[in-house]
Design a protein around this ligand. Structure first.
Ligand code: CA
Length: 710
């Protein structure tokens, strides 16, 4: 019988698909009443608002752990759990997928696409995955090495997979696919290194490509045979000047937001930063560079351009427009308008007309923004601070927000009852400076190619600068009112990079924090009602669902992602919080207890004698900034999950160091060799630099603003 069932299932699916057009799984009653959480953003509108109110402001304080599952990899866990038909699905670091019984936590199946470890070097921001899409018994997800995979959602058996990228280039997939009208939509990442961005639509039944929309011009100036050809020929090509975008690909990756508007039958997606970042180098300082840092609307059936809104023309600060897009209705001058909300990296909250992309309003959602003073609503363009264009002035500029944004990928949520949008905001300043020398100018296959000096962006190696970096780097939960353009209420956090939010009809907003608390606030006033210790930093957003009449809340714990990896000392007090990859499910009266934390081991500072010259150390610092910082931390200050190089045994031996850093002895674990682009002398200079950092830490450890993490 079982065999027969398996044989019949694909036939039934095929029959179904030929008769009924496939739409979001959220069309079911179970999804719209909140019983299920069937899209990563709840439903196609991606408001991350659940109509459930069994857990509410009266009883939320009684939440406890129903069950939890430890996950295999202590790297960033960014996925929102999806619940369909009693099964809870997550994707994890290294693009693995797990399915559990949503009530009991029993693991039903798991799938490991076996991404090669060496692919980690192409991930700007950790080997993360932000979630799966489920539709009609199929589960879709992307992998770090650029594959789109379809599984049977019941069994985890692979149905098909397709390579969506050129793996000789530094493309990755970290975002969740979305299913729209019989197609799976997926983009990719890689704009720090140098790739050409696009969004593709694949047939749900066999993974064949239906259309592709490139977000930046063809480098050879010829048509691609893609859906985007027409608009580039007509309008977008001429927004690019002469510069090295032709060599780099131009960037513009579609690495997160993709949403389908059922009312208007339009597809919206957010486009990332340019490559290189420096607009002067990328495009000769000329042109808006469409469609970088834009929201683009296309016809979902054909991929043909409908409209766009570019929040940051001539992007030069890594101000991506990829952040989460929410669809809503807003009353303006007595009229209900179909709008979308976005709070991208650049610090302004945008209300855009979904019909034609007109900018309705743009207001700051954080303090201290210094690259622009506001927006001209007639032109839709920012009013810039001229000093922010460092490549024009030739002077370094410390921007707020920096490249990690006033809001990064962490999802925001919108509660129709309060009219408020809950944004996981932050302040992480960053220095931008022009290229100083041929080393800065040279493009490399591995490491950032952003057209500026990475050495100049390092925090200066002194205690005062470190303390200033800690003080200036903060987090904030912002409840923003799109109607008034003002912040209604907010909560400050001592560290940046807090988790995504969810809001419910129980007048609640939920958020995990970098300091390891899972918090609930009243949605209208922001009164704190719950703070549960989860042992680990949290970056993901929660979801909620009902099984057998009982409401559950699910989320992942872990630190990870770009900021904890790269921040160094700016991670502040969050550096002392453990990183534990785990799926946690809460319910009222839940009694499960997390295991005791392991004892912290004492860090032993035993650096070898410094034999390098000051010139070697300076050269090592330069190479470290370009090649190592993003994964091992600013100023070689460890992060608690990639190895802390300052205490690495490999420091003791030039031969061992070279075998790892030069020859790639640990490439299967994600540490590739750099010997193909850095000379032996350069590899050794990096060792001298890290030895210098180790001695510095040993001498200054008592003065460090926060403890050293292990
Ligand atoms: Ca970027």
């Amino acid at each position: 019988m079982r065999r027969l069932g398996l044989l019949l299932a694909p036939l039934l699916l095929v029959a179904c698909e030929s008769q009924v057009p496939e739409t979001e799984a959220t069309d079911t009653a179970a999804a719209s009443d909140g019983t299920e959480w069937s899209n990563i953003g709840f439903d196609a509108k991606e408001q991350r608002h659940s109509p459930l109110d069994q857990i509410n402001e009266e009883n939320v304080g009684e939440l406890g752990i129903a069950w939890f599952k430890d996950l295999p990899d202590a790297r960033g866990q960014e996925a929102t759990p999806v619940m369909v038909d009693g099964k809870l699905y997550i994707s994890t670091a290294w693009s693995k997928v797990f399915a559990y019984d949503a009530k009991t936590g029993e693991e039903l199946w798991s799938y490991d696409p076996e991404v090669p470890g060496e692919k980690a070097v192409d991930a700007c921001c950790d080997v993360v995955n932000r979630g799966v899409a489920i539709s009609r018994g199929k589960l879709f997800f992307g992998t770090i090495d650029g594959r789109l995979i379809a599984l049977d959602a019941n069994t985890g058996a692979r149905l098909w997979e397709t390579q969506t990228t050129d793996n000789s280039k530094p493309y990755t997939i970290t975002g969740a696919p979305r299913v729209v009208k019989n197609m799976v939509m997926i983009g990719n990442g890689g704009a720090e290194f140098g790739v050409r961005g696009y969004l593709s639509a694949y047939d749900v039944s066999d993974g064949s490509m239906k259309w592709r929309f490139y977000t930046v011009p063809n480098p050879e100036g010829k048509p691609d045979g893609a859906a985007s050809d027409e608009i580039f020929e007509k309008a977008a090509n001429k927004t690019w000047g002469d510069g090295n975008w032709r060599e780099s690909g131009g960037g513009g990756t579609v690495w997160d937001s993709i949403v389908y508007d059922k009312d208007l039958d339009q597809l919206y997606f957010g486009v990332g930063n340019g490559n290189p970042w420096n607009h002067g180098v990328r495009s000769g300082g000329e042109g808006d560079n469409l469609f970088l840092s834009s929201i683009v609307a296309v016809n979902p059936d054909t991929g043909k351009y409908l409209w766009h809104y570019q929040a940051t023309p001539a992007e030069t600060w890594d101000y991506t427009g990829t952040q989460h897009i929410i669809q809503a209705e807003l009353e303006i001058d007595g009229q209900m308008r179909k709008v979308l909300y976005q709070a991208p990296k650049n610090g302004f909250f945008f209300v855009v007309d979904r019909v034609d992309g007109t900018l309705i309003d743009a207001n700051p959602f954080v303090d201290n923004i210094n690259w622009a003073t506001g927006y001209n609503l007639d032109t839709g363009r920012p009013i810039e601070n001229p000093e922010a264009r460092f490549y024009k002035t030739g002077k370094p500029f410390i921007a707020i927000p920096g490249a990690l944004g006033a809001h990064n990928w962490h999802p925001m949520s919108y509660n129709p009852a309060t009219g408020l949008v809950y944004i996981p905001a932050q302040q992480i300043p960053q220095a931008y400076a022009v290229q100083q020398n041929d080393f800065d100018k040279k493009r490399e296959r591995k490491g950032f190619n952003v057209g500026m000096s990475m050495t100049e962006t390092l925090i200066p190696d002194d205690m005062a600068a470190f303390k200033a970096a800690v003080a200036g780097t903060t987090g904030r939960l912002v409840a923003f009112n799109p109607k008034t353009g003002k912040v209604e209420w907010s909560h400050d956090y001592p560290s940046a990079w807090n988790g995504g939010t969810m809001t419910t009809a129980g007048n609640l907003v939920f958020q995990g924090t970098a300091l390891g608390q899972f918090k609930a606030y009243t949605a209208d006033k922001g009164e704190e009602l719950l703070s549960l210790d989860m042992q680990s930093g949290i970056v993901s957003a929660p979801s909620t669902y009902i099984v057998d009449g009982e409401q559950y809340i699910a989320f992942l714990t872990s630190k990870g992602g770009a900021f904890p990896l790269a921040a160094g000392i700016a991670g502040g007090v969050s550096r002392t919080i453990p990183n534990i990859p785990r799926l946690v499910v809460l319910k009222i009266g839940g009694k499960a207890e997390l295991p005791a934390l392991p004892e912290k081991s004492e860090v032993v500072w035993d650096p070898p004698e410094q034999t390098g010259t000051p010139e070697q150390i300076a050269r090592g610092r330069e190479l470290y900034g370009r090649n190592c910082l993003v994964c091992h931390g600013d100023s070689a200050i460890g992060n608690g999950f990639t190895p802390d190089l300052r205490i690495s045994g490999a420091l003791q031996s030039a031969e061992l160091w070279k075998s790892i850093v030069g020859d790639g002895a640990l490439k299967d674990q994600g540490m590739v060799g750099f010997g193909d682009q850095v000379s032996d002398e350069g590899i050794e200079a990096m060792r001298h630099y890290v030895i210098e950092r180790s001695h510095w830490t040993k001498e200054n450890i008592a003065d460090l603003a926060v403890p050293v993490v292990r």
